[in-house]
Design a protein around this ligand. Sequence first.
Ligand SMILES: Cc1cc2nc3c(=O)[nH]c(=O)nc-3n(C[C@H](O)[C@H](O)[C@H](O)COP(=O)(O)O)c2cc1C
Length: 185
Amino acid sequence: MKKIIAFAGSNSKNSINKQLVTYASGLLDDATVEVLDLNDFELPVFGVDLENEKGIPENAHKFLNLIKSSQGIVLSLAEHNGAYSTVFKNIFDWMSRIESKTFFGKPMLLMAASPGGRGGASVLSVAQNRFPYHNAEITGVFSLPNFKENFSDGKLINKELDSELKKAVSEFEKRLEHASTTQAS
Ligand SMILES: Cc1cc2nc3c(=O)[nH]c(=O)nc-3n(C[C@H](O)[C@H](O)[C@H](O)COP(=O)(O)O)c2cc1C
């Protein structure tokens, strides 16, 4: 069984992005999914002086190890002012001080959900441009706009969007298969 981690780039209790990663990762066949919550990995605000004085906090190591020991990542980013949420940027910055290739070449299904019509287009663009420098293998990108209208009771209720997501999930699964055969040979 492949071990997949799924998480939202958010620390909201009722995160719409966490709802989306939970749904999307639940569509995976033949995988053990661990849905992580950044609230369980609290970290001080990154600063070079703090790092020099106190070193890198344990939670940054813990999260990075979860990425490293997984076989794939399902991630949905909250968009704050056109960019990553503070909590995501913070853990990303801390982890990048341990290992700049933060995503270890793992297949990644990259998503964003927003209450408005743009579906996190700005943060998706930031991440799509940046993550490859950190060795992310982005297998597909899915944007969910107008969350309240399109998602209900833990499911995507817009059929077109649901079918788009299922295609992206299936492409992610193919790449997981490919990655495991390549590693095995
Ligand atoms: C500080 C702040 C800035 C925001 N900026 C944006 C934005 O630039 N674009 C957008 O679509 N939504 C923006 N929003 C709305 C978020 O998309 C919305 O709060 C969403 O629920 C965040 O995802 P989450 O529920 O997973 O935390 C912003 C919200 C906050 C609190």
